[in-house]
Design a protein. Structure first.
Length: 189
């Protein structure tokens, strides 16, 4: 019996990321992933029992960090409220997640339909809206509008520049201060 090799497992994950990014969970194909890895489909099953487990290996940690942790931990919002420079604080937080997990976030946002993670966009929208309610004291309807605007904008930038961290960083530096200022203006009205 042949033993599992770390480099094959890593190759499966890397090629599966490309497949899921391009086709989403529903349309991703294990044969295609195997072909990209130069292995047989049956060899993939030696490492992962299903497409769902490969998908989970790719996105679970980022999901947990951005959804499950956020649902119970509003320390970030409290720190934002107390921050002398909310834009700078928000930039550091956003940069941490967006630049280190770009591919995984895009897969969750655009390609999770049909998986156990398919509700990711709605969960993130709710989390951001709840945070905005707490930060801005605006009603839920207005904060959902702002949250949708923010998240749609971020998703478009990640999609367009997912291979260019410098452009993502420039976007964050340029747009976040404007967003915070607009929210602060509405907040003070």
């Amino acid at each position: 019996m042949q033993s599992k090799k770390k480099e094959i497992e890593e190759s499966i994950i890397q090629e599966a990321k490309s497949e899921f990014l391009q086709f989403g969970y529903l349309n991703a194909n294990l044969r295609s992933i195997a072909k990209r890895c130069h292995i047989t489909t049956s060899n993939i099953y030696r490492y992962y029992e299903s497409k769902a487990l490969i998908f989970e290996a790719i996105v679970k940690q980022v999901y947990l960090e951005t959804v499950d942790v956020s649902l119970v931990d509003y320390q970030i919002i409290d720190a934002l409220i107390q921050a002398k420079n909310p834009s700078s604080f928000l930039y550091r937080v956003a940069r941490k997640y967006l630049l280190t997990n770009t591919t995984e976030l895009l897969i969750l946002w655009n390609g999770s339909q049909g998986s156990v993670y398919e509700n990711y966009p709605e969960k993130i929208l709710d989390i951001v809206a709840e945070g905005l309610v707490k930060y801005s004291k605006l009603n839920k309807e207005k904060t959902i509008f702002f949250a949708n605007l923010i998240l749609s904008s971020v998703a478009m930038v990640l999609q367009k520049y997912h291979n260019n961290p410098k452009m993502i960083d420039e976007y964050l530096q340029g747009v976040l201060p404007t967003m915070v200022q607009n929210i602060n203006n509405i907040r003070s009205d």
